[in-house]
Design a protein around this ligand. Structure first.
Ligand code: DQA
Length: 141
């Protein structure tokens, strides 16, 4: 029985309304219900979103010594945050980095991630399904 956290960073509270041509028309809360049903045998599948870098750090510290996995979409902090990289390195729980869009076919500043080097793996470009694939990686581990 596993404990997995989905952690979403800045602007991801706007999913469904934000640039739907890139991020799709579905809100995350709706998709999260589907994930909970699909992964009903995961003991705890929880979700947290914040627009504030420090809140994301606090959440990683909170779950990072007891959970089995974190699925992290750090949004734009992916490209800027050494603090997130340090937090991922500092905890025991493995983190999988996800992105809804294929960041490598977008602007050059999105090609560099400051967190990938500290993560177990990276999944990007599959729309919301990127989250499911990341959860599968923990469930099958
Ligand atoms: C994103 C990609 C980031 O470059 C961007 O800043 C986001 C969302 C994605 O899921 O595709 O906010 O992480």
């Amino acid at each position: 029985m596993k404990k997995i956290l989905i952690l979403n960073g800045p602007n991801l509270n706007l999913l469904g309304r934000r640039e739907p041509g890139i991020y799709g028309a579905r809100g995350f809360e709706d998709y999260f219900e589907e994930l909970k049903q699909r992964f009903a045998d995961v003991a705890e599948l929880s979700y947290f979103q914040s627009n504030h870098e420090g809140d994301l750090l606090d959440k990683l510290h909170e779950v990072g010594f007891s959970y089995d996995g974190v699925v992290l979409n750090a949004g734009a902090y992916t490209h800027t945050s050494i603090a997130l990289q340090d937090a991922i390195r500092g905890i025991q729980t493995p983190v999988v980095e996800v992105h809804i869009s294929n960041v490598h076919e977008r602007e050059e500043f999105r090609h560099r991630s400051l967190i990938s080097c500290a993560c177990r793996g990276v999944i990007c470009g599959f729309g919301l399904d990127s989250y499911r694939l990341a959860i599968e990686s923990f469930v099958n581990a």
